[in-house]
Design a protein around this ligand. Structure first.
Ligand code: FE2
Length: 391
């Protein structure tokens, strides 16, 4: 027998009336929250029109769909853009008296939604809320001539939320409320494929409570942990635990600041984001040299490690397929674990506040996160932090 709290209903966005009976998940014994990866990442930004242009121009996203007053959405405008399996939604409020405006006032531009692809958004909501998740959106059915999408949502750290997206019966460009966005301006893609992982920065002593949240509420496992001995430089430190869902398609490392001689990079983020939030989105590529060359040519700025990093690189990581010279020229980092190696590079923050940035990652067997690069990387980050007067 389901408890009353699971007897929720669908809000109807269109005129059609449909009754949906709550169902007991048959997957409860195995994975109570089966996820098929990231559906989209939604950013609340001060000017979505310009942000969409930036991501198309600099990162090679393609125009996908538009939502706004012309499509019946009165309080906001959203642009959906796509590159392979990577979908970003850029949303801006149209009036000041609006929770999206409050979000931007508090945090600046940043990630609001990490949306996850599910077969059953109703079950995802039931299973997570009964395990203690705070509701953000009850299961909501959206319909248009292309079919239906069911959304539901829960809160996670800070003002960030997870939306569960069920789109098995939908053939439109993105989702109801959006129309296809055809543009005359279509910069070439850069080889970005999908979200590899999304990292959250949380407050002092908040890492373990959020690890427990992902374990208890979403059925994730802690697959890797880094303490402040792993992740510290002369000055600053952080701790991190990587949470993964059952099939490994969704990975959320959680960082918290640790005590060091000077201010942790996580603390700087918390100060400027004015709370907990997404620190970086890591995007996979199959050819990091090509991708990073194009991103750099289009104006994306990356952190640089000193060229001495490459002096003993091959001694540290062993034989790799790539030529060393282009890696050195582009500042690409390499690390090896038991299963293989990975190549990665981190952008500078993509807004004026030192908050959200991107990682470009190419995995060649390795399932880890570049622990061997942390020290060189964080020293590079601290040089930036110092230049801002925040170290
Ligand atoms: Fe990362």
């Amino acid at each position: 027998m389901l408890p009353d709290r699971n007897l929720f209903y669908f809000k109807l966005i269109t005129m059609e009336t449909t009754t949906v009976q709550p169902q007991v998940s048959t997957a409860a014994q195995t994975d109570f929250l089966p996820l098929h990866g990231t559906d989209y990442v939604e950013f609340y930004v001060g000017n979505a029109k310009q942000a969409a242009h930036f991501y198309k121009t600099a990162f090679g996203f393609q125009s996908l769909a538009y939502s706004g007053p012309e499509t019946g959405v009165k309080d906001r405008v959203s642009y959906a853009i796509r590159q392979n399996k990577l979908t970003f939604v850029l949303t801006t409020p149209l009036k000041t008296d609006n929770p999206i405006a409050d979000h931007i006032y508090k945090h600046g531009d940043g990630v609001k939604v990490l949306a996850l692809k599910v077969d059953d958004a109703t079950s995802a909501y039931a299973e997570t809320t009964k395990r203690g998740a705070r509701s953000y959106m009850e299961p909501t059915r959206l319909r248009d001539e292309h079919g239906e999408v069911v959304l539901s949502g829960i809160h996670t750290y800070g003002d960030t939320v997870h939306i569960f997206v069920e789109r098995t019966h939908y053939t439109g460009p993105f989702m109801p409320g959006f129309r296809e966005w055809k543009s005359e301006y279509n910069p070439a893609p850069t080889g970005l494929l999908y979200v590899d992982h999304c990292v959250g920065n949380v407050g002092w002593n908040q890492m373990n409570p959020w690890v427990k949240f992902y374990e208890d509420v979403m059925g994730f496992r802690n697959i890797l942990s880094f303490d402040d001995n792993d992740i510290s430089t002369e000055y600053s430190a952080l701790m991190s635990k990587v949470m993964s869902n059952g099939n490994g398609y969704v990975k959320f490392p959680i960082n918290e600041p640790a005590e060091g001689k000077k201010k942790s990079q996580v603390e700087e983020y918390l100060d400027f984001y004015n709370g907990e939030g997404v620190q970086h989105v890591a995007i996979a590529t199959n050819d990091i040299v090509s991708t990073v060359t194009q991103l750099r040519d289009r104006g994306v700025e990356f952190l640089r490690v000193p060229s001495t990093y490459y002096d003993d690189l091959l001694d540290r990581v062993g034989k790799i397929d790539e030529d060393l010279e282009p890696l050195k020229e582009l500042g690409i980092l390499v690390d090896r674990d038991n299963e293989g190696y990975l190549l990665q590079l981190f952008s500078k923050p993509v807004e004026d506040r030192p908050t959200l940035f991107f990682e470009i990652i190419q995995r060649k067997g390795a399932k880890s996160f570049g622990k061997g690069n942390f020290k060189a990387l964080f020293e590079a980050l601290e040089r930036e932090q110092d230049a801002r007067g925040n170290l």
